[in-house]
Write a protein that binds this ligand. Structure first.
Ligand code: NDP
Ligand code: MG
Length: 384
């Protein structure tokens, strides 16, 4: 029985992780769940999955939930705040943590989980983008596996099976291009929040859906791939593949290209991370090559969708710059989701912060979090 703890169990990845657990009760058990404040869903999850621990970031909501689940047996302990997330990360009973929180809040719990020797099913890409230089060596030192959940990185990971000693010539990171593929900058100036929230192929949380529309998501994924697979950014090529059938590819030195294909369903990479290296049955749609009319490819347009351009520049500079790129995006997207800024202002905010930041080499966790604060303060004083 594999014991699973989930950071962010109420979100898109979190609930799909629970779907995988539900489908495999003989192999998987949920020992801990957590969220920011959605205690209604947490209560339902506690009653269905009987975890021993539940971390609620919001302290008042934690108290409310504690009162609401008094009748549940066996009892589920409720913890709160960052201390609560860390308690979940290091709890004795778990084997693997699925990091399904959104944003940089995942950094500290992920690091603590690795220190405690837990394997990580990593969905929370913002953590690797900002702290990859700390996380990857630490994972190696502690002998823990970082198993990618992001569909592209899971695809690359699958393509690398049995290829450990072979050199990767290139990673071909596929992108759907998002809802605004083919638009000009002028057309982008008029897009609304509602339009940006409609992803053509994937149903995901709100923040990553906006990130897909700006191509910041793909930029974050380039940096994520650099850390996960130890390649140079120049070896990572983004290929637009609008049908989201090819989830990514790897080219080797002999020119052979391995690809992983499938219908867009996040339960597959989640399940693969939970069962690695085993494959088990997954109840879902299959690709039907007799009706699949085409798989098309094109180049991204980094002059219009600046997300990619910023990402390559941030990773080239290194140090704290990827944190600035990520944090400015998190701050800007939160404002866009609140209806406070226009779509193109997301790029303006990232650009402004990256241009004004004094880079810190090899930042530790405290410096990463200070950089995050600097970004929020800079945006606040420039835009309010
Ligand atoms: P959602 O917005 O759907 O869910 C986010 C989860 O994080 C919720 O459970 C939320 O709780 C929780 N959360 C947010 N803030 C905190 C906090 N301070 N403390 C504890 N929990 C918190 O996001 P997604 O599931 O879409 O994405 C999660 C991560 O996975 C992101 O990093 C994303 O980039 C990545 N990812 C997602 C994919 C997808 O298909 N959705 C695909 C590939 C990667 P609450 O409900 O209370 O707010
Ligand atoms: Mg992805």
């Amino acid at each position: 029985m594999k014991k699973v703890a989930i950071l962010g169990s109420t979100g898109s990845i979190g609930t799909q992780t629970l779907d995988v657990v539900s489908a495999n009760p003989d192999d998987l058990e949920v020992v801990a769940i957590s969220a920011s404040s959605n205690i209604k869903m947490l209560e339902e999850q506690i009653r269905q999955f009987h975890p021993r621990l539940c971390a609620v970031y919001n302290e008042d909501k934690a108290k409310e939930l504690e009162a609401n689940i008094k009748d549940v047996t066996p009892a589920c302990r409720i913890v709160s705040g960052m201390d609560g997330l860390i308690e979940l990360a290091v709890m004795e009973e778990s084997d693997i943590i699925i990091t399904a929180v959104v944003g940089m809040i995942g950094i500290v719990p992920t690091i603590e989980a690795i220190k405690a020797g837990k394997d990580i099913g990593l969905a929370n890409k913002e953590t690797l983008v900002t702290a990859g230089h700390i996380i990857m060596p630490l994972a190696k030192e502690k002998g823990v596996s970082i198993l990618p959940v992001d569909s592209e990185h899971s695809a690359i990971f699958q393509c690398l099976n049995g290829e450990r000693d072979n050199h990767i010539s290139k990673i071909l990171l596929t992108a759907s291009g998002g809802p605004f593929r083919g638009m000009t900058r002028e057309q982008l100036s008029g897009v609304t929040l509602e339009m940006a929230l409609k992803h053509p192929n994937w149903s995901m949380g709100r923040k990553i859906t906006i990130d897909s529309s700006t191509m910041v998501n793909k930029g974050l994924e380039v940096i994520e791939a650099k850390w996960l697979f130890g390649v140079e950014p120049s070896q990572i090529e983004v290929v637009v593949q609008p049908q989201s059938i090819i989830h990514s590819m790897v080219e080797f030195d002999d020119g052979a290209v391995m690809a992983q294909l499938g219908t867009p369903d996040m339960r597959l990479p989640i399940q693969y991370a939970l069962y690695y290296p085993k494959r088990i049955f997954l109840d879902g749609k299959r690709l039907d090559f007799s009706t699949l009319s085409e798989i098309t490819f094109s180049k991204p347009d980094p002059d219009t969708f600046l997300g990619l351009r910023f990402a390559y520049s941030a990773i080239e500079t290194g140090g704290s710059m990827p944190t600035v790129f990520n944090a400015a995006n998190e701050c800007a997207v939160a404002r866009f989701l609140d209806g406070k800024i226009r779509f193109l202002e997301i790029y303006e905010m990232i650009d402004y912060c990256m241009k004004n930041h004094k880079n810190i080499d090899n930042p530790d966790v405290a410096q990463i979090l200070e950089t995050e604060k600097w970004v929020y303060d800079s945006i606040e004083s420039r835009w309010n």
